[in-house]
Each structure stands twice: as C-alpha cells, then as structure tokens.
Design a protein around this ligand. Sequence first.
Ligand code: ZN
Length: 216
Amino acid sequence: MTADLDLLLMDYASGALPEGPALAAATKLALDPAARAEMRLLEATGGALFAGVEPEAVSEDLLAATLDRLDGAPAWTGFASPPLDAETRRLLPAPLWRYVPKGLDGLQWERWGNNVREAVLPVADRRYRATLLHVRGGHGVLHHTHEGLEYTVVLSGSFHDETGQYRAGSFQICDGSVRHRPIADKGEDCLCLTVLDAPMHFTGLMGRFINPKVRF
Ligand code: ZN
C-alpha cells in the first residue's frame, strides 16, 4: 500500500498523473505534512535515479509549487477557484474547492439508504469517477470489490474495513484483489474523497439489485 502511494506521489511530482489520481494525490498531500515531506524526498531521489532524463524544474518549496499548480487554472478545468462558504473551506482541502463551486450544500447528493450519501464531482476526464462520500458514524458502504483502482482519502472522521483503520488524512488504494466493507467509526461521521477508474462491484445478496443502478 505504501509503495503504491510512493509511486503515485512520484508520478504526481513528475506531472504525469491524469486528473483523477492527481486529485487524490493532491488531496492527500494537502492533508498530510508527512506525505509532503516524503514527496520532497521522492522527488530528490527520483532526480538522482533519472539523472539522464530531462528533469522537471524543481522548486525550492515543492509544496508551494504543488499548491500553486492546483490553485492555478489547470488545462482540465479552465476556471478559477470560486468564493466558498466557511464550512466547505473547513471540511475540504484546497485541491477540492474548484470541484464544489456552490459549496458542499450545492452538490447533488444521492442517498444510499438513510446513512450514506454521495455527490459526484465534475472531473473533466471522463475516465474517472470522483465523489465525496459521507457516511454516518457506525454505518457503512455495502460489501464490494473493484474492477479497477479505487483511491480513497479520508477528509474527516475515520473508517475501518478488512484491511485496517483509516483516519483523517489517510490514503487507501484498492484494486480487484480487495473485497471490503468500509464502515465509519462510531461517534463521528466520515467524509471521504473517492476516485474510481472503473466501476465498483457490489458483492453479496444486495449486489444483484444495486449493481445495475451504479452509474460510472
Ligand atoms: Zn472499495
């Protein structure tokens, strides 16, 4: 898992990531100072490893460069960060702001039962489905697996599944080898960014009813 995140951050540092995983990586970096430090190290190491390759100019402060890149108007959106309400700014790190121009309340939340709701973010790269997933404490998403990769960044609260516990700032990458049921820990709602590059597939009894309704 860590190795996957390292690779992701290296690709992100090189500017090689497409919008979906780049958004997950940027969100992780914005929330986690240790990941930012690790990325600096990876970039320095990568620079040494690929000394023969034309290097991307490395700024003195990689974080500043990273956030500048995100706060600017990247090719995939073309619009500037909108003014946002304080609650949205408090709950979401800056890389997500451009995707919620009307704030969290302005998103179209789709309910999955009484305790789970999800809002699709307007990523331009249609190969990816990015959502904000809100789960009430003590409740969870149904058992599922993945046809591709699923990136999850915990924005607030925490959840656990068959692979471990994930707190605010945690990053999880799942593929088809992982079948899990994420459950928000009791006592606090959990808000996550999820990015998928292929549909998830619900397993178990309910799967046959729900899978046809899942839009990608
Ligand atoms: Zn999953």
